[in-house]
Write a new protein. Structure first.
Length: 493
């Protein structure tokens, strides 16, 4: 039996008497406004249950409603406002207040701008994924079929080894991957080591002020190290010899500082409680960074697994993309699917991965939701591995691209195949266009949030906002099509 949580009060009838936008506290709202229509598209009461389950405590002030939390994040994502500007715009705009579920127009702020960060922490990526599935009309996975062919029964048989079911195939599944760049400073080894050195100096200062150095502050040579790095950073022609020399200098300074901290740790095992929480996290990252940079410096290489490129966001990894504008991007790698013009996040990882390994899982997820395999799978060349080709052939799924082996000798057949490949490449470009819109208009182009969880939430919000805008355009197109439709003859007479 589900116990009602006092920490969260459900708001099933948030507008009650004001469901009609013309009666919004005496302010006549346009029914065709974007936010009025979006408020009707989103099933607020159904989605609120997922949000309310997070509040198990029976004490404390009741939390802000789910509609206000998600609605505010969607407004921010739609216009690209800051948190402060989002609250200011909601305060001035009755349409936005109607969208977040206020009962009447008010000139006071509904919440403080700092609550936007709490909204991003409370709403999980899994929750946004379920919301996105409901918005795009994707059926839920059937529990009876979820374990078939998953390879989780201990028999050791994977999805590709099970006998494919004879089901009708319907629809087109488009797959592609992109990178969501994180808002971090472009990383260089010398700069990272210099920043780590400065942070270790702050740690030593904090431990000295706490009385853990027996009145004698360890020598850090900070002024000398700062002058050496400033001289390097102002040099316009940084040769390989100069870069290697500077990295070696900063490594030695950092090693000396970490040695002082280790000596303090031996004498005072509880030294961490004298540091601020963020400094404790940085210290663990600095130690990993030092080991990585030391190994690369000794081996003369620039590659290492799980390479740290940001001290404040150590989960960010370099993603080699080979694009014309940026050979390497720093952020999350996201694999998405496009069904009927709607995007869906299939896989999101911070480490680089080969997207071809996710094709079979995406196709099986499609089958579990829609009850059938897709008739076609349109994907990039990297997806055309022998395993994926064999998998699609066994299930009668058409995977775009040329067939393996020699081309057909018949010029007419070869020309027809080339024409089909050309058409399918244009269809596959639909997901690329949607990537471009999400990066140009929404936060997928540059994720500004600082935490790992909130960054994933921002990525999912950009996809959800894009799908909501598409659904809104389709509704308006249907409305105008019906409006301009000629009347029947008996009505005209």
């Amino acid at each position: 039996m589900h116990l009602e949580a006092d920490m969260y009060k459900r708001h099933l009838n948030q507008i009650s008497l004001l469901d009609d936008p013309e009666m919004f506290d005496g302010i006549k709202l346009d029914k065709n406004n974007e936010w009025v229509k979006l408020a009707k598209i989103i099933p607020w009461s159904e989605l609120e249950e997922m949000y309310a389950d997070q509040f198990k405590s029976r004490t404390g002030q009741p939390a802000i409603s789910f509609r206000m939390a998600l609605g505010s994040l969607l407004i921010k994502e739609r216009y690209g406002f800051s948190d402060e500007e989002t609250v200011a715009q909601i305060t001035m705009n009755p349409y936005l207040q109607y969208f977040i579920g206020l009962g009447s127009y008010t000139t006071t702020s509904p919440f403080d701008s700092s609550m936007m960060t709490r909204f991003r922490k409370r709403i999980t990526p899994q929750m946004l994924s379920e919301i996105n599935d409901q918005i795009i009309g994707r059926p839920k996975k059937k529990d009876d079929d979820s374990d078939k062919g998953s390879g989780n029964d201990g028999s050791g048989e994977g999805t590709t080894e099970t006998k494919p079911e004879e089901t009708s195939k319907q629809g087109t599944l488009i797959l592609d991957a992109t990178c969501a760049p994180q808002n971090i400073q472009f990383p260089t080894d010398a700069r990272l080591l210099n920043d780590a050195r400065v942070l270790t100096e702050k740690i030593i200062d904090s431990l000295h002020e706490a009385g853990l150095t027996e009145g004698k502050k360890p020598r850090t040579y900070r002024e000398k190290a700062k002058k050496q790095y400033n001289r390097f950073s102002k040099n316009r022609k940084k040769t390989k010899k100069l870069i290697r020399k500077t990295i070696g200098q900063q490594l030695r300074y950092l090693r000396r500082n970490l040695g002082h901290i280790e000596k303090i740790a031996v004498k005072y095992p509880e030294y961490l409680k004298h540091l601020a929480p963020w400094l404790r996290e940085r210290l663990a990252v600095i130690r990993m960074l030092y080991e990585q940079q030391k190994e690369m410096s000794e081996s003369g290489t620039h590659r290492i697994s799980d390479r740290i490129v940001s001290l404040s966001q150590p989960w960010v990894r370099p993603i080699v993309r080979g694009k014309q504008t940026a050979d390497v991007e720093f952020g999350a790698k996201v694999e998405m699917s496009d069904v009927g013009g709607y995007l869906r996040v299939e896989d999101l990882r911070w480490n680089a991965f080969n997207e071809s390994t996710t094709l079979q899982a995406s196709v099986e997820s499609y089958r579990e939701c829609y009850g059938c395999y897709p008739e076609r799978v349109l994907a990039d060349k990297i997806f055309r591995t022998r395993e994926n080709l064999k998998y699609c052939k066994e299930r009668g799924i058409h995977l775009n691209g040329p067939k393996l082996g020699k081309p057909n000798q018949d010029p007419k057949v070869r020309k027809a195949q080339q024409y089909q490949e050309w058409l399918e490449s244009g269809e596959r470009g639909d997901i690329e266009r949607r990537f471009g819109i999400s990066k140009r208009c929404y936060s997928l182009g540059l994720v500004m949030t600082k935490l790992k969880h909130t960054s994933e939430v921002s990525i999912h919000l950009s996809v959800l906002t894009l799908n909501l805008q598409r659904k809104l355009r389709l509704l308006l197109r249907t409305f105008f099509r019906l409006l301009l439709m000629p009347l029947p003859a008996y009505v005209v007479q």
